[in-house]
Design a protein around this ligand. Structure first.
Ligand code: FMN
Length: 178
């Protein structure tokens, strides 16, 4: 998980996304803030969930700088890894989905294979472009949205990159449509 967080909300989301990923067998997880992460972290992983606070309807400058500068020597050497997104915004409809899309666009520029998630994790609560929380994750739907992003990333890594189709989401025991 790679995140930036000014006041801790996206960090809380990152920890939940990491929990979701770690729930898939044979999955090893690192959680890194943009200030401490380096290019080796991206080389190490098979997939990355990237989280940013929504800032003026898009990615924080700190997250953008990571990809503009820190990760740049890796372009395009990390092509083919998997990537997905999450964001904490001030409020729903404040641009959280736009931020997820902006994050996915950055990942696509590096050649990562990005994906959306069609699941509903609670009535009226989906995460088609990634997980979005208004402020900190505060209820079960928020927590499940974050868990689901991490879980899906790990499931696709296991299925598509590591050849373990038993972890495909289509085979999942949990409910995908509520
Ligand atoms: C400079 C700045 C710009 C922001 N722009 C938006 C915005 O466009 N839409 C929104 O919903 N919230 C916006 N917010 C609120 C943050 O997205 C929100 O507080 C978020 O939970 C912060 O996450 P963090 O605790 O991980 O830093 C902005 C906050 C700051 C400081």
């Amino acid at each position: 998980m790679l995140y930036h967080s000014n006041t801790g909300n996206t960090k809380l989301m990152a920890d939940l996304v990491a929990e979701g990923a770690a729930s898939v067998p044979e999955t090893e997880v690192r959680v890194r803030g943009v200030a401490e992460a380096d290019a080796d972290d991206l080389v190490w992983c098979d997939g990355v969930a990237v989280g940013s606070p929504t800032c003026m309807g898009t990615i924080s400058w700190q997250m953008k700088r990571f990809w503009d500068e820190t990760a740049l020597p890796l372009w395009p050497k990390i092509e083919g890894k998997l990537g997905c997104a999450f964001s904490s915004s001030g409020g729903l409809a404040g641009g959280g989905e736009l931020t997820c899309l902006a994050l996915l666009v950055v990942l696509m520029n590096y050649g990562l294979l990005t994906f959306g998630i069609p699941d509903y994790v609670a009535p009226g609560r989906t995460l088609h472009y990634g997980a979005v929380c208004a402020g900190r994750p505060r209820d079960n739907a928020d927590r499940e949205a974050c868990h689901r992003v991490g879980r899906r990333l790990a499931e696709w890594v296991q299925t598509l990159l590591l050849g373990r189709p038993e972890h495909a989401p289509q085979a999942a025991a949990y409910s995908r449509q509520i």
